[in-house]
Design a protein around this ligand. Structure first.
Ligand code: DLL
Length: 432
């Protein structure tokens, strides 16, 4: 099995620890000098970057949260002047403001390099035709893999999201061998193939690289059977970089985490205390090479376990398990992260106060949907059906602009909604 960067991916662990320490020291110095947020945090506990003599010292430092990033909107977390930033992406923030992420030219090269590692681990090379069905836009989805596949010399077809019938045609006509997608969209594609009477065995597909939302071994088997491929898991998040943080090799014994670029910790989500290797907890990442938006001890909200033993493929990097869920109330619909409180805020803006609402996430056929249920009350109950319909459409439109997914909006009887928490709408996930 090929390895893209043998020197690093098979590094002896002692050497890796030394490299991580050097990169960590450089990162801490850079953020202390250039990011007010970190200067204040470090000063608050009397910590100077020179105090970091071992990676263990990192544990003294406070966490960085999505909330910290959102309130730094737009550029407060940037560690370089804007003139050095060549790309700007954004991600869903909490409590509402989006999170803005910058990339220097070197960050982009690193990203392509790491995506190329993940693709190589999946068996992709220059003979492949890679169809990227993730979104090309403000979210980081497609942008990690695209340059990574080009770096390998593969032929990339940037189909983006949607237009499913055309995706299947392209897959067949262009002889696509590698599908990059979310697990739910892979299932939408299989549905479309069934409808078009396309036999997956007649296609050239060999690997599907799937991520962006939690999925299970059962779903893996289902997708492998339906698409006649090997389905592999990979992991990424915009705050740290985007796709390219970790990815499975064909042994499928966990995702190889690019530890020379991200220092991982797994902590107890309640106490924040470190957990021993192999235990399930919240993944915390410190970026080691990120120039534009470096992060120290970023709480990903993702639940997983890490092991350090060498994989039979020869890689020595730690391996992370599947993501088993999230520690916060984020729900992921069609690969897009949604904070329920954000929905509440948008509704409040339209209607003047936060209504008793409820979010339901469900699946129809292969496709996830989000339903926002609003209790009928004065001002929302119109005699004229047309006026009511207009209002619901307006709410759906405003929500779509704010959260990136167009929901179904439904009026329901007031008593039919139970509200457990004062500040957050109640979420029902009907997919489980
Ligand atoms: O950075 C882009 C991405 C798109 C990564 C597609 C991978 C695939 P974000 O909008 O920042 O997405 O969302 C990152 O998605 O914190 C996890 O909760 C979830 N996630 C990503 N990969 C997986 C996975 C991109 N393999 C958030 N399994 C993360 C489960 C995943 N959840």
């Amino acid at each position: 099995m090929a390895i893209f960067d043998q020197e690093r991916e098979q590094m002896e662990r002692g050497e890796l620890a030394q490299l991580q320490l050097e990169r960590l020291q450089a990162t801490l110095t850079r953020v202390y000098k250039n990011v007010k947020f970190y200067k204040k945090k470090f000063d608050g506990i009397g910590f100077l970057p020179d105090d970091c003599q071992s990676v263990e010292d990192l544990k003294q430092l406070p966490f960085t949260t999505r909330h910290d990033l959102a309130v730094s909107y737009p550029y407060e977390m940037f560690a370089v002047p804007l003139r050095e930033v060549v790309r700007i992406h954004s991600s869903t923030g909490s409590p509402g403001a989006p999170i803005v992420l910058g990339y220097t030219a070197r960050d982009l090269r690193t990203w392509a390099h790491l995506a190329a590692r993940v693709l190589t681990a999946a068996g992709v090379d220059r003979d492949d035709v890679v169809q990227v069905t993730l979104s090309y836009g403000l979210l980081t989805g497609a942008f990690g893999f695209h340059p990574g596949a080009e770096l390998l010399g593969a032929s990339v077809s940037p189909t983006g999201t949607g237009a499913t019938a055309r995706q299947v045609k392209i897959m067949r006509d262009y002889h696509t061998t590698v599908l990059v997608s979310t697990p739910s969209y892979a299932r939408v594609l299989t549905g479309e193939m069934e409808e078009q009477g396309v036999d997956p065995k007649s296609l050239h597909l060999k690997v599907a690289l799937l991520a962006g939302e939690p999925w299970t071994e059962a779903q893996r088997r289902e997708i492998e059977y339906a698409l006649y491929v090997t389905a592999l898991d990979y992991y990424g998040l915009s705050e740290a970089l985007g796709p390219g943080v970790a990815g499975e090799c064909k042994n499928r014994q966990g995702m190889h985490l690019n530890e020379d670029h991200f220092f991982p910790e797994v902590v107890d989500p309640q106490s924040g205390l470190p957990l021993p290797p192999g235990e399930l907890g919240e993944l915390v990442l410190t970026t080691l090479t990120r120039e534009a938006t470096p992060l120290v001890r970023f709480r990903t909200g993702d639940l997983c376990a890490l092991v350090q033993e060498r994989c039979p493929c020869g890689r020595t990097l730690a391996r992370m398990s599947r993501i088993y869920g999230r520690t916060d109330d984020v729900i992921i619909v069609k690969g897009i992260n949604i904070f329920p409180s954000r929905v509440g805020q948008i509704l409040a803006r339209i209607q003047g106060e936060e209504p008793a609402d409820q979010l339901a996430v469900g699946r129809e056929g292969h496709l996830d949907y989000l339903e926002v249920r609003i209790a009928v009350r004065e001002g929302l109950f119109f005699d004229k059906m047309t006026r009511q319909r207009e209002l619901l459409q307006q709410i759906a439109h405003k929500l779509a602009q704010g959260i990136g997914v167009t929901p179904r909006v439904k009026l329901v009887e007031p008593g039919s909604i139970s509200r457990e928490k004062e500040t957050s709408p109640l979420v029902i996930d009907l997919r489980r």
